[in-house]
Design a protein around this ligand. Structure first.
Ligand code: UD1
Ligand code: UDP
Length: 386
């Protein structure tokens, strides 16, 4: 079976790494059993949506992703231009390679472009992380998810809620579509890579945190909060950006706040001359996945607008404040590990008190599958194409 995998943005490298590893494992096992015909040929196509070393190559190196077979070099641009150029270049690859299926991940412009290019050529689309909805159509990601799901033949959902969301839109498992809750491939990733991350030297050593000497008993690192911020709706309006940074700066008076800066956020902070104002925030460059796992696991709490980071907080059992009014990862909120605090300084600062009386009970863990989502995806595809 020939699969074309489309990646382009940071979270997609992490998701695709889990499935790619499983494909390699599948091929190794097929070889030993002499099932030569049952090999999977994966062709990796990188759109070039993310391109800075710390947003791109570092993940290929650390996660041992195969080198892309095609790099489309699309880069940044407006939604229309970026998506349009991607579709055109992906189409050329599809016409040459003629895959049996095209696999896309998540909800970025690379996701939608891949799905559209393939659907127009009647190539079945497999969407990993299907069925997510924030029900906020002003988010570019919501448009990408909706359209990709409606174009897909294989809808690999991470949760029961996602299957239900699709059902409400008339997309259901049956003769023309396969809709399955396989679990979350990011959970596969975290289980595999957090063991490797454990062996790495702690990243905190170089960070010059407040009171590096005051390490709580039983811990080998200082206390800190971890923040990430990159959603267009939070960064592109200077009032909103300023409001969130004000809250993080306030929190940073007493306990360090570490913020690995996404390039979009860095660009907007430069444009609005915001760097000098927020002295209590420890801004750092984006970190590699293994370093990020370490930072997340040891944080007192995580403040974020990222989809992936909300889930990782949940899996590490670290309290999370989500800097948005809604989330597609509703299960993390229902379980008590995630609170939606929006973007106003008061609510963000007060949000930390929600967890003041201790951490939520462990009930509700396991909503995202059993860590074997990638294997299930491959099994379903092999069954359908053999
Ligand atoms: C994209 C996805 C978002 C995802 C995020 C993951 C879309 C619409 N958005 O948002 O869903 O959560 O990736 O991180 O697809 N830039 C650089 N270097 C890079 C990449 C980007 O400097 O390597 C800067 C450019 O100025 C660019 C801006 O960041 O214009 C935004 O990049 P873009 O890929 O359009 O969107 P993200 O905000 O990264
Ligand atoms: N991440 C990382 N380094 C960082 C910030 C995030 O490795 O500096 C990882 C994070 O652990 C998660 C993924 O990137 O696995 C989330 O990506 P992002 O927040 O960019 O996008 P989203 O999930 O919101 O689409």
């Amino acid at each position: 079976m020939k699969i074309i995998t489309i990646v382009g943005a940071r979270p997609q490298f992490i998701k695709a790494a889990a499935v790619s590893r499983m494909i390699q494992e599948f091929n190794r096992r097929s070889q030993t059993r002499l099932y030569e015909k049952k090999r999977i040929q994966e062709i990796l196509v990188h759109t070039g949506q993310h391109y800075d070393y710390l947003m791109d190559k570092v993940f290929f190196e650390e996660l041992e992703l195969p080198r892309p077979d095609y790099h489309l070099g699309v880069g940044s641009g407006s939604h229309g231009r970026q998506t349009g150029v991607m579709i055109e270049r992906i189409e050329t690859v599809l016409q040459k390679e003629k895959p049996e299926v095209l696999m896309v991940y998540g909800d970025t412009n690379s996701t939608l472009s891949g799905a559209l290019a393939a659907a127009k050529l009647n190539i079945p689309v497999a969407h990993v992380e299907a069925g997510l909805r924030s029900y906020n159509r002003t988010m570019p990601e919501e448009i990408n998810r909706l359209l990709t799901d409606h174009l897909s033949a294989f809808l690999f959902c991470p949760t029961d809620q996602a299957v239900w969301n699709l059902l409400k839109e008339g997309i259901k498992d049956g003769r023309t579509k396969i809709v399955k809750n396989v679990g979350d491939v990011m959970y596969d990733s975290i289980l595999y890579y957090s063991k490797i991350a454990e062996k790495k030297i702690p990243i905190f050593h170089g960070l010059n945190l407040i009171n590096p000497q005051s390490v709580p008993p039983g811990r080998d690192n200082p206390q800190y909060y971890l923040a990430t911020l990159h959603r267009a709706e939070n960064t592109d309006d200077p009032k909103v950006l300023n409001s969130i940074l004000k809250a993080l700066n306030e929190i940073g008076r007493n306990t360090s706040v570490i913020l690995p800066l996404h390039p979009r956020t860095k660009k907007m902070m430069k444009v609005h001359h915001l760097f000098s104002e927020f002295k209590n925030i420890k801004f750092i460059e984006p970190v590699s996945y293994l370093n990020m796992l370490k930072l997340e696991k040891n944080a007192e709490a995580i403040l974020t607008d990222s989809g992936g980071v909300q889930k990782e907080a949940y899996w590490f059992k670290v309290p999370c404040l989500t800097l948005r009014e809604e989330t597609e990862w509703v299960e993390t909120v229902k379980s008590g590990w995630n609170v939606l605090v929006g973007t106003g300084p008061k609510k963000i600062v007060q949000g930390l008190n929600v967890f003041g009386k201790g951490r939520p009970s462990k009930r509700g863990m396991g909503i995202f599958g059993d860590g074997r989502a990638s294997g299930k995806i491959i099994q379903i595809l092999m069954r359908s194409f053999s």
